[in-house]
Design a protein around this ligand. Structure first.
Ligand SMILES: [Mg+2]
Length: 389
């Protein structure tokens, strides 16, 4: 099965708000077409105009080749070979960051094609499927412009998730730092107040994770605040420190009782190797649409298994990436949770309208998908409506 075309779609929701911190307001879709008539669908999480340029920019020398040119005519089933050729062929422009994020979309589309060609859901092609169900956690949606409104919105969102049957939730608690919600500048005591309020809202039985979105620059400051959060029984504390400060991550891991989770922005297994071995994290969070696709996410899962670490993948895009993430989890026994929001709970237009996934949320778990490939049904009317380049 030969690749005959590489279509790049830059999508943007017409109601997008540049002051809102959500990368699900845009999307970059890759459609790989083949001489057998099958199509592979992939998505990545980086500015979609940048992703399109990464794939379509003409090559100018042997270590800066054009990704699209390398793909046309290639055997679509040679996923590992294609990945290596794209990685090496773009090495002087890529190896990390946007180029690897863009390759993630290609890799995802290749796995979708392999599943469709074999008539199997992708996860069944990845080794022994896990015997236990995949458990999604709900990311709580903040709102409001002041402390009380922010806290109350997270508590209400937590209750909605519990009523829908979720067994686990993740709350952001970000009222300061680079990701601060709605320009808030609140004290760390108030951050503790929000964690306490959300724990109270969900009750003691639910798994609770906290994401402070790079709130601190050093371990001492982070630990002085977060040590008081041990009483709230957190499953993990996500990205407490700016991602470049790996030695501070390692120090914090020594100081806090709860595991530290990180990795959502990383590209390639090599960045995860640093995060795991120098940063000493407890939970790895590869994003299938950034790390280098399903292939590279699987490599990160193997590295985590070697180090007895859990994997809880990050995903904040449409049903395309959510499906790929779920398939990864169905083949990964040390993946206790995945990030998943049902479209009806989500405010982002593209999440609600672009793609329907073959995932059924039943009794707080996700049932194994059954359709070939990633089982994604793309809404072509939405592709047309939201395409801007
Ligand atoms: Mg996060």
């Amino acid at each position: 099965m030969k690749i005959t075309d590489v279509e790049c779609h830059v999508l943007l929701a017409p109601n997008y708000d540049p002051s809102f911190t959500s990368s699900a307001q845009d999307s970059f879709l890759v459609i790989l077409r083949t001489d057998e008539g099958l199509i592979g669908i992939g998505e990545c999480d980086v500015n979609p105009w940048i992703a399109k340029a990464c794939i379509e920019a003409p090559g100018t020398h042997t270590m800066g080749l054009c990704i699209k040119d390398m793909l046309i005519g290639a055997d679509a089933d040679d996923i590992a070979g294609i990945w290596r050729r794209l990685y090496v062929g773009t090495a002087m422009n890529g190896r990390r960051g946007a180029v690897v994020h863009a390759i993630s979309a290609i890799d995802m589309a290749l796995w979708d094609l392999r599943g469709k060609a074999r008539g199997e859901p992708v996860y069944k092609l990845l080794g022994t499927p896990r015997p236990d169900p995949v458990i999604p956690y709900a990311s709580l949606q903040p709102a409001g412009h002041g402390f009380e409104a922010y806290r109350d919105a997270l508590c209400e969102s937590a209750e909605r998730a519990r009523n829908l049957g979720f067994r686990a939730v993740k709350t952001e608690v970000t009222m300061n730092g680079p990701y601060a919600h709605s320009g808030l500048r609140e004290s760390y005591d108030r951050h503790t107040e929000v964690v306490a309020a959300v724990r109270k809202a969900v009750g003691p039985a639910m798994t609770l994770m906290v994401d402070v979105q790079y709130l601190w620059d050093d371990a001492a400051t982070a630990a002085a605040v977060a040590k008081d959060w041990a009483e709230f029984d957190l499953y993990f504390l996500e990205t407490p420190i700016w991602p470049d400060y790996l030695d501070e991550y390692a120090k914090l891991a020594e100081l806090l009782p709860m595991p530290i989770a990180a990795g959502e922005w990383l590209a390639t297994r090599y960045e995860f190797e640093d995060l795991m071995d120098r940063g000493r994290i407890g939970v790895a969070q590869p994003d299938v649409g950034r790390v280098g696709g399903l292939s590279e996410a699987l490599a990160v899962c193997r590295m985590a298994a070697d180090r007895s670490l859990a994997v809880v993948p990050h995903c904040w895009k449409t049903g395309v990436s959510i499906s790929a993430t779920a398939h990864l989890a169905f083949a990964t026994p040390h993946c206790p949770f995945i990030e998943y929001l049902p479209p009806q709970l989500c405010v982002e237009t593209l999440r609600r309208e672009l793609a329907a996934e073959d995932l059924e949320f039943v009794d707080g778990t996700i049932a194994p998908p059954t359709k070939p490939g990633f089982g994604v049904a793309l809404n072509w009317d939405a592709v047309k409506a939201f395409k801007v380049a």
